[in-house]
Design a protein around this ligand. Structure first.
Ligand code: E4P
Length: 217
């Protein structure tokens, strides 16, 4: 299972990278705005900075909603760095753009996916990643994990190579449940990754080991 961090915060990206288990970064316009990164030039520079910190894939989202605009933006983004994956919204022109990029060998992440039908279309269009937003489904009393299972089942039926990128992860149990289902990738906040470290018995056990070591010295 690949671990992506879902943020545009450079300190958090560096912290996750320093753990040695980070496989990539996902961003979106809201995450950029949260860090105060606005304007095309600043956003482009920020993507370059993120690519210089991590070794893995960095999803960079287009703002256009029409085919021509997405192609122009996506080609500019893809040319920035080999790690860039062009993130496209799950709309009609997004699917057309996904097919265009996939035919050209440019990697894509189809985002804002909330149904298995949408995920099926993304796979048919040759998406590298499909991003079902499980947390946002949970927010409206709909089972987000069920969607991840359904997509896994459908992709397995046909051997689709599109990787399921479980997005909108909110906490560690989402990560574990997605791993059980067989999602290829998770993306979430730093806390959903570092939270996996925690167990009180580990802390108690370590304290005891250190205490006993000191007794013998
Ligand atoms: C995915 O790529 C999105 O950036 C993200 O996971 C959305 O998460 P949110 O629902 O917590 O905003």
């Amino acid at each position: 299972m690949k671990f992506f961090i879902d943020t545009a915060n450079l300190d958090q990206i560096s912290e996750a990278q320093s753990l040695g288990i980070l496989d990539g970064v996902t961003t979106n316009p809201s995450l950029m705005a949260k860090e105060g990164i606005t304007g095309e030039k600043n956003i482009i520079d920020h993507y370059k900075k993120i690519c210089s910190i991590v070794d893995g894939d960095v999803s960079a989202e287009v703002i256009s909603t029409d085919f021509e605009g997405m192609i122009k933006e996506g080609e500019t983004l893809a040319a920035l760095h080999p790690q860039i994956v062009v993130k496209l919204p799950m709309i009609k022109d997004g699917i057309k753009a996904c097919k265009y990029f996939s035919d050209k060998g440019i990697r894509t992440n189809v985002t804002l996916v909330f149904s298995s039908g949408q995920a099926l279309l993304a796979a048919k269009a040759g998406a590298t990643y499909v991003s079902p937003f499980l947390g946002r489904l949970d927010d409206i009393s709909t089972d987000g994990l069920h969607l991840i299972s359904e997509i896994r089942h459908i992709y397995n039926n046909y051997g689709f190579e599109t990787e399921i990128l479980a997005a909108s992860i909110r906490h560690t149990m989402h990560v574990i449940d997605c791993a059980k289902i067989g999602a290829d990738v998770m993306t979430g906040p730093l806390s959903s990754i570092t939270g996996l470290l925690k167990h009180p018995l580990t802390d108690i056990g370590l304290a005891k080991f250190l205490e006993d070591y000191k007794k013998g010295n």
